[in-house]
Design a protein. Sequence first.
Length: 264
Amino acid sequence: MIVFTEKVMKDYSQVGIIIQVRYSSTRLPGKMLMPFHEGKTMIEVFLENIMQNRSNQLDIVLATSVNSNDDVFEEVAQNFRINIYRGDENDVLQRMVDAARKFNFTNIIRVCADNPVYDIKGTVELIDYHLKTGSDYTAYCLEGMLPSIRTHVGLWGEIVKIEALERVIAMTNEAIYHEHVTNYLYENPDVFKVNLVEAPSVIFNRRDIRLTVDELDDFKLMQEIYGTIKENSVNFTIDNLIKLIDSKPEYLQRMKKQIQRNQK
């Protein structure tokens, strides 16, 4: 983990968490509002985790689209007393930038809501490093310097400077980079200041772990994993999470199948 001898970056007033969410998932429509645990939907479980474990200095914004299907997230945001921004359905890059500018964020933690065991604490720990180094992009990586967003682990977000995203908008109109917000940044480290931090050793070389939800099989497996941890009152740490998965060979088999079906 990154440690600085001199702690100088403590003002997070212009850093916010922006959660990318939509109803119309191609592979599992409506997954955010499906009952996930004890009657709570996946988005409710996800937001409770974020709000309980973030730094209180960090504001949260749900960033969804203007599509009428996404009207449901207005009520979600109201219930959790967080902000919401609605923008272009297909140009997610522009939506992120517009949301950040509306709420005066110069840097954001970008989060995808389909990761129910998201480690917000681990991501927040990178903020000081990101700000101190003046980085455009900071994220955990797995073996081979692979940004965690390009893996299936579904544990961490990315810290991004908004000025860098505005530069991306000016530099490319390619649809893939406007749909996948940060790809252009880490694919061009000669143009942008990219910092990749090694993920904790327990998962650094684990390309066989999948904790994100794209399909119904993913949803059911994550329900089991989340429910088991909650029922056994186990501290929700990455170490305990991996121990649980490794103790259940059938989990790894199901993950393997889904990793093969959903190549990144």
